[in-house]
Design a protein around this ligand. Sequence first.
Ligand code: NZQ
Ligand code: ZN
Length: 386
Amino acid sequence: MLYDFYYENPTRIHFGKNSLDALKNELNNYGKKVLLVYGGGSIKKIGLYDEVINILNAANKEIYECSGITPNPRYKDMMRGVKLIEDNNIDLILAVGGGSVIDCAKGMSVSMGLKDPFKDLWLDFKDVTKNNVPVGAILTMTGTGSECNGGSVITDEDRMLKKGRVFPPHVYPKFAILNPEYTYTVSKYQMVSGIFDIFSHLMEQYFSGNDENVSDYLIEGLMKTLIKSTKEALKDPKNYEARSNIMWTSSLALNTLVGCGKEQDWEVHSIEHQLSAYTDCAHGMGLAAISVPYYKYIYKYGIDKFVRFAKNVWDIDISNLTKEEAALKGIEALANYIKESKMVYKISELGATEEMLHDIAYSCDLGGAYKKLNHEEILEILKAAY
Ligand code: NZQ
Ligand code: ZN
């Protein structure tokens, strides 16, 4: 049974080796003033910055820049962009980078005229303006799905909070340019971090409900693709087949399609966001370190789905196993995948200290599907992940 849902994804996708060719036509849809938003310089190293500037110049655009957006993008950096938008009447925000840059661009797009948009939009969940500045995205690092969703995760260092908000479809990037070759230069650490982020998005949606739901079959297919492609990309980062499958799996995992009709969990993400607020860790690595202790804690409450995970995702022969044994075998396979892919397995490796654990646990949002946790239970999970 599917719960009632509304599905709309307005992002136009241009995918492939020549996808940047589409930028020229996309630019025709917007006015003259373009704010280019990017990170710490990787786009310059790979030559993409020059290519984009040339296309903007050829299209006679007035270019403004907001660079230096960090991973786990900061509220103060987002506000630099908001000021540029307000002062210059920007017509299009062009985000070039990974999830952090695109999330930050979406945040800028809806924050004009607000004194403290973090409070209004990320904490108080007020409605967003319909007159937001359109965002376009050129993706250089896969994982978040930010290129084709409404997610915007911002860290306010003063408040010690990293908070996500999912904005409605009119805030999604209007177009996204996805060239898998741009991801070849991403470090192995960031690559596997992004890969686990994708895997986690799939698990957060999969581990809910005990019904027959088409979304679960789609998710299992995406998980199997990812497991295979991870091995190939680790062996050869320039394997186009693997990198292109990872890139598109990333978009499909969080463009809201496979969540349709599902209850969904998202507690691992809530915990990771506060872990990041305290340690500034790479998002996917935080998820990798939390997931096994989390699923060991909750599997009993949704055991049939965990048995199915072992059988359908990891191809484990469960015929002679009890439900309990089969479910645990599936979680063990997940643990092996994390370790073999050189993802982080302990939050202590990410800079978390024992003293931090209580505050991290008690500042997390509470969600969950099979089991709704309280803060004390989250603390237990963090101790097991330590
Ligand atoms: O800053 P630069 O120099 O660009 O370097 C980046 C950054 O250091 C680098 N990089 C990106 N493309 C590269 C490259 N290095 C070499 N070659 C390239 N082609 O990679 C580093 C990490 O980039 P970042 O954008 O931070 O990574 P990611 O895409 O994983 O984004 C993580 C952020 O997205 C949020 C996370 O919480 C985190 O803040 N999320 C957003 C979601 C959404 N919009 O729906 C959902 C996710 O669950 C997630 O929470
Ligand atoms: Zn994520």
